[in-house]
Design a protein around this ligand. Structure first.
Ligand code: GLA
Ligand code: ZN
Length: 663
């Protein structure tokens, strides 16, 4: 596969043709090697059913190719044109109130609708056939950010029918489903699969948690199958072109592990300054780092950023302006965490439509300004580095288990109103990040054996198969961290009843949970080595059998009982954390488990300075990323030399990046 370092998302259809040559030349002059196009332009390509017009896109591709720029084409199925909606208005999705959502923005489609699928097959077949032999088109993206803008996925009768079929395949007999869902509760028994509803809003708001969990699994499978149908057409027409998808970090509608199986490599959309972030005054570099590390987990190899922020963002309201240096810093953060290719969104700020304020490299007037200058300089400086490190990944000894199924189940019943699965994972990730300890994310299906430590929070649903895998990991010498709400439910979201919590898990953890407390509107205290630390949300009240208490609660009627324990098991050990740790406690805990496992941080840095590494062959590349707006002093080990040959003064500038090499 040909390698690329920098690209841009481009929408020539938004601009007069006379400008296209200028754009292509400007891109080439900057060092752009690849462009993604077309993912929202169905109406231009097929203005009437079966009447295809690819002439303009051919021309744009030709102009780019002349400048040596290759192309990724998106299938435009995230925006079906109005004539399709007029022919088949039932394509528009139905929300959980049973109300339809209408045409006028994007993703106004039900992904199971047979008429919509027929339109897609016709269009994508023609599109794939037309571009199969075009050498400038090197890859495809199916649709766009699948799972996004689907307010919640569709609850129409087609989706309901598909859900019923999915359940029938899974359970075989209706009695088996009634048992698995516990439909004896509130008189919910079903006589036949054909009577099971999509989980629309009910009189008491939500539905049976087992019903809802299967619905979430089904919708994930539906999105993957929606992708598969197009991917099959594209692959059949052009087997040598690759397929990727612009994923959205921790977003959870489809399982990215499942979707990833269909991709040649993963891509991601990275907007650290996106207007949609809840707060704009807090430190978030760790969250963005985590999303990048997670995307690397999907194919367990480097990835692309298909949309990297290139300016101030906004739809109706805006985010903060990226400060001088921040756009290159964010792009290099993506590189540091494993991106081989950075594609900036977008080339030029659009004068029309919803995204007028989602600024591109160029402002509305097309005259290069600060964003262009900063991005050009960064590309010039770092293109050789990106070539050198392509394929390299961090060497992590710690993994965090990110499970879609646990996230779905605990999301249906979060226990504490402020509890969120990803935020909980972040308590561990952030502490590792503060300590500059490289982390991989893994799924249930991955091989964990290379990791000294596996942090597996909230093992809420516990099947025999999963338990076996955890047990084997520890028996063979792994160190496992599990937390409150582990070993609670079976695969179908019914509570285990055959033993004390963590059910079937007691031998591995060496504890039983006698009772628990939900810390509503209050915090708790954990005492460890005579120091008090904050905890929140939840406290398991534990009895240790074989486990050794490590830290204890210092609040409530359970003061003095263990909050954190450690249990030798086989050749390894299991840590149990009974609460949600505050930052201070998480730092102490990470320091302790890493000390025990002989895992050394890459180096120490001041707050807000990330140290990240990628290893390629026998060379280690160390990235220092200063997210602070002030100069920071950092002690870099003498075995590292500056990659750019510029002397290292021991200081990194505000929002600065430095790269070092060893080996
Ligand atoms: C997403 C989409 C793009 C665009 C940008 C900016 O990441 O993939 O099409 O909408 O956001 O809003
Ligand atoms: Zn539907």
């Amino acid at each position: 596969m040909k390698s690329y370092q920098f690209g841009v998302d481009y929408y020539p259809e938004h601009w007069p043709k006379e400008r296209w040559v200028t754009d292509a030349k400007m891109m080439r002059d900057m060092g752009i090697q690849i462009v993604r196009m077309a993912e929202f332009s169905w109406q231009k390509f097929e203005p009437r059913e079966g009447e295809f017009h690819f002439e303009d896109l051919d021309e744009a591709i030709g102009i780019l190719a002349k400048e040596g720029i290759d192309v990724i084409l998106g299938t435009p199925t995230a925006a079906p044109p109005k004539w399709i909606i007029d022919l088949n208005p039932e394509i528009q999705p139905t929300d959980w109130h049973g109300h339809q959502r209408f045409f006028g923005s994007r993703h106004h489609d039900c992904q199971s609708n047979p008429a919509y699928r027929a339109h897609i097959r016709r269009f994508v077949t023609a599109f794939a056939d037309h571009y199969a032999k075009n050498p400038a088109v090197v890859g495809w993206q199916v649709d766009n950010e699948l799972g996004n803008s689907h307010g919640d996925l569709c609850y129409c009768d087609h989706c309901r029918d598909r859900f019923q079929g999915w359940l029938k395949d899974k359970y075989g007999a209706i009695d088996e489903l009634n048992r698995a869902w516990g439909t004896a509760f509130w008189s919910q028994g079903y006589d036949d699969f054909s009577s099971i509803p999509a989980p629309k809003i009910t009189a008491a708001w939500g539905v049976n948690p087992s019903h809802e969990l299967d619905w979430k699994r089904f919708t994930s499978d539906l999105v993957c199958e929606f992708h598969q149908e197009q991917a099959d057409i594209l692959r059949a027409a052009a087997p040598e072109k690759w397929i990727t998808h612009n994923l959205m970090g921790f977003s959870s509608k489809p399982s990215y592990y499942d979707l990833g199986e269909q991709l040649d490599f993963a891509s991601h959309d990275q907007y650290p300054g996106g207007h949609f972030h809840a707060r704009h005054d807090e430190y978030r570099a760790d969250f963005h780092a985590a999303e990048l590390d997670f995307i690397r987990a999907i194919k367990q190899k480097p990835f692309w950023v298909m949309e990297q922020q290139s300016g101030i963002t906004g739809w109706d309201v805006l985010g903060r302006a990226p400060k001088p240096g921040q756009i290159p810093l964010w792009a290099m953060q993506s590189v540091a965490h494993g991106a081989d290719t950075i594609v900036f969104f977008r080339w030029r700020s659009c004068a029309m439509g919803t995204e007028q304020y989602w600024h591109g490299i160029l402002p509305h007037n097309g005259i290069p300004g600060r964003y262009h200058a900063e991005i050009s300089a960064m590309m010039k400086q770092y293109t050789p580095l990106l070539k050198e490190i392509a394929g390299g990944v961090p060497n992590a000894e710690v993994a965090i288990l990110r499970s879609y199924d646990q996230e779905r189940a605990i999301g249906i019943q979060p226990h504490h109103p402020n509890h969120r699965y990803i935020q909980h994972l972040m308590t561990y990730y952030k502490a590792l990040h503060r300590a500059n300890i490289p982390v991989d994310f893994v799924g249930e299906m991955h091989d964990w054996s290379k990791y000294k430590v596996l942090i597996a929070p909230l093992q809420f649903l516990m099947t025999e198969e999963h338990l076996d895998k955890l047990r084997t990991y520890v028996e063979r010498g792994g160190r496992l961290v599990v937390t409150w709400r582990s070993g609670i439910k079976d695969e179908s979201n019914l509570c285990h009843t055959d033993g004390p919590v963590p059910v079937r898990f007691n031998a591995l953890t060496g504890v039983t949970v006698d009772e628990y407390d939900c810390l509503r509107d209050c915090q708790g205290t954990v005492r460890w080595d005579g120091m008090d630390y904050k905890c929140s949300q939840w406290c398991d009240v534990l009895s240790a059998s074989t486990a050794e208490p490590v830290a204890e609660y210092a609040h409530e009627f359970y003061a003095g009982t263990p909050a954190i324990t450690r249990n030798q098991y086989g050749r390894g050990l299991t840590w149990y954390v009974g609460t949600t740790m505050g930052d201070g406690l998480a730092d102490k805990f990470i320091a302790e488990i890493c000390r025990e496992a002989a895992i050394a941080p890459l180096m120490a840095t001041p707050h807000g300075v990330e140290a990240v590494h990628r290893v390629k062959d026998d060379r280690t590349y160390l990235f220092l990323l200063n997210h602070n707006e002030s100069v920071q002093t950092v002690d870099v080990s003498a075995e590292f030399t500056p990659w750019d040959g510029e002397p290292w003064t021991g200081e990194i500038g505000p929002l600065g990046v430095r790269v070092f090499v060893k080996g």
